[in-house]
Design a protein around this ligand. Structure first.
Ligand code: GTP
Ligand code: SPV
Ligand code: MN
Length: 604
């Protein structure tokens, strides 16, 4: 190969043989100008953020310490589900919900894309750990990337750097996570602020526990510890090892009687996880603390209970709609600085703004497209999938248990989606299998978190449609099996919520946000056996009197509408669910058909 040694390649700060061999192989393929081993230090952060400012990628904010405004290429703004692949050896293992290609074929396509793709750039080696490095089996990964933006963002989102590399020793297993922007630079070629490629591939090799990403610099496409590792690859590990890797927030709820409960909740992208995780209860005496806002890894403890851990270190939250009235704790978290804001608007005095931050927009802004923006402009100032990237440790209501490698024992799991009709505000499953049925049939309107049409109702099982790293039928089976293998009295109770039901005028029936504490209160009272419920065709729904709506500006009729089970609406779901289940053929656990038969029978 090349006769001239690549700087940084031969003086690596590790003796980990497999890692060294892989870095060498990838450097020889992608031919960067140099290789840099990321140490995670403050000096490194200073150097890289300044480099991004000099390149025109970042604008330093005057109004927030150590924080940056960033605008991506307008074509690179969200996860690309149609370019995301599960390359299992056997196509059946990817299942009907994932894109699949033969791993050998994919590797040969991507090897040609990777060849020379880092020319003129630096290859950064980012050792990272998902979850505490003090864990019994720390979950290591190493991302290779040619993007400074990715390095900086990974430092916020995951535990990275020298301490992780050291903990990896010379032979600890890790997930190789290869990333390139796919934008090589020729000698003397001027770089652009947001390099990326029109060709994009987000690829997972589940048997090898390996990730290859190409062409995008944004979010889940590029920060490979997040969706690629902690959900797609981890869900495969979880299937094989008897645990669960889920798209869930984790919160701690304390009642006025000082009793604590841990709750996990799965909602699809941009459907309210970050908001619920940081909720400020409107009902007196109740307290919420945050443990995680996007991903939960759940394993059974020796006591037979299910323990959840947030493997992430930062928040990559939807900016629009985040304001002092909706999510004050997120506002307090970002106000402390040390954050990157991508595709929001820049104020004239060096701060950030987005739709929903304040009621009145500033008179003038620079939009995410770097154009002048005034309140009369036709387009929003910020992209609907614009994000804040902020250390979770800055969250003022972070629960102290966050750092405990053991996790927290979960009492209730909520599933939820964005549905204008049909789905009541809250429904309790009759038992575990009914809860699995709720998860397996979860439906939601699509959002801007992925490219493609917005507002289209689709099945999004367990809020994991784009994140299950194997056959979704097998995944449902894994959930059913999990219920069978463990003591039913210790399993979390399962609920289904919908904050997004509308009235005839198109307005939300339920005020949402902090008021969702009223639903959490009902959930806890159901766990304690103290709240009433009506048994409906679809599960246990609060009686209007059992839901605490005191002080809420809602008529009884509105509350009833939010809770209503309309049999006609549900009958219309049945053929859709049937069609959905048929996709999975033999892989669908028969209990799911049984649950559907029970639903049909109850609706008759
Ligand atoms: P990802 O980070 O993409 O996984 O999203 P998420 O599930 O964390 O969603 P997030 O909490 O960021 O909310 C997404 C959008 O939904 C924001 O614009 C919120 O303002 C809005 N939202 C969140 N909770 C509620 C609610 O209770 N009611 C209403 N009407 N909107 C909500
Ligand atoms: C999501 O889409 O669910 C996110 C954002 O949390 S991303 O990191 O881009 O996946
Ligand atoms: Mn998410």
């Amino acid at each position: 190969m090349t006769s001239v040694a690549t700087p940084g390649l031969d003086n690596a700060p590790t003796t980990h043989a497999r890692l060294l061999a892989w870095v060498r192989e990838m450097a020889e393929l992608t031919t960067p100008d140099r290789v840099v081993w990321v140490d995670g230090s403050d000096e490194e952060w200073e150097r890289l953020t300044q480099q991004l400012v000099d390149a025109g990628t970042f604008t330093r904010l005057e109004k927030k310490p150590n924080s940056f405004w960033c605008a991506s290429d307008p074509s690179d703004v969200a996860r690309v589900e149609d370019r995301t692949f599960i390359c299992s050896v056997d196509e059946a293992d990817a299942g009907p919900t994932n894109n699949w290609m033969d791993p050998g074929e994919m590797k040969s396509i991507m090897t040609e894309l990777y060849r020379g793709c880092m020319r003129g750039r630096t290859m950064y080696v980012i050792p990272f750990c998902m979850g505490p490095v003090e864990a019994e089996n720390p979950m290591f990964g190493v991302e290779l990337t040619d993007s400074e933006y990715v390095v900086v963002s990974m430092r916020v989102m995951a535990r990275i750097g020298s301490a992780i590399l050291e903990a990896m020793g010379e032979d600890r297993p890790f997930v190789p996570a290869m990333h390139s922007l796919g934008a090589p630079l020729d000698e003397g070629q001027q770089d652009v602020p947001w390099p990326c490629s029109e060709t994009k591939y987000i690829v997972h090799f589940p048997e090898e526990r390996m990730i290859w990403s190409y062409g995008s610099g944004y979010g889940g496409n590029a920060l490979l510890g997040k969706k690629c590792y902690s959900l797609r690859i981890a869900s495969v590990m979880a299937r094989d090892e008897g645990w669960l890797a889920e798209h869930m927030l984790i919160l701690k709820l304390t009642s006025p009687q000082q009793k604590t409960y841990y709750i996990a909740a799965a909602f699809p992208s941009a459907c309210g996880k970050t908001n619920l995780a940081m909720l400020e209860p409107t009902i007196p005496g109740w307290k919420v603390e945050t443990l995680g806002d996007d991903i939960a890894w759940m394993r059974f403890g020796e006591d037979g209970r299910l323990y959840a851990l947030n493997p992430e270190f930062g928040l990559f939250g939807v900016a629009p709609g985040t304001g002092w009235d909706t999510n004050p704790n997120a506002m307090r978290t970002i106000d402390k600085g040390n954050s990157v804001f991508t595709n929001v608007a820049l104020t004239d005095d060096g701060d950030i703004w987005w739709e929903g931050m304040t009621e009145e927009p500033p008179a003038h802004l620079t939009s995410w497209k770097k154009q002048d923006w005034t309140p009369g402009s036709d387009e929003p100032s910020s992209h609907p999938n614009s994000r804040f990237c902020t250390p979770i440790t800055q969250c003022p209501i972070l629960a102290p248990e966050y750092t405990d490698p053991k996790g927290v024992p979960i009492s209730a799991i909520l599933f939820g989606g964005r549905r204008k009709t049909t789905i009541p505000l809250v429904t309790e499953a009759r038992d575990w299998n009914h809860g699995v049925f709720m998860g397996a049939t979860l439906s939601s309107e699509t959002t801007a978190a992925a490219t493609g049409a917005v507002g289209v109702v689709r099945r999004d099982p367990f809020a994991m449609l784009p994140f299950i790293g194997y056959n979704a039928g097998d995944y449902f089976g894994h959930w059913v099996e999990t219920g069978k293998q463990h003591d039913a009295t210790k399993l979390p109770k399962i609920f289904y919520v919908n904050w997004f039901r509308r009235d005839e005028d198109g307005g939300f029936l339920w005020p949402g946000f902090g008021e969702n504490s009223r639903v959490l209160k009902w959930v806890v009272e159901r766990l304690e056996g103290t709240a009433a419920a009506e048994e409906t065709a679809v599960g246990h729904v609060p009686t209007p009197d059992s839901l605490d709506v005191s002080g809420l500006d809602m008529t009884r009729e509105q509350v009833e509408k939010a809770l209503a089970v309309d049999k006609d609406e549900w009958r219309a779901e049945v053929p859709q669910i049937t069609e959905w289940f048929q996709k999975f053929g033999d892989k669908l656990p028969s209990t799911m058909w049984d649950e559907l038969a029970i639903l049909e029978h109850r609706l008759a």
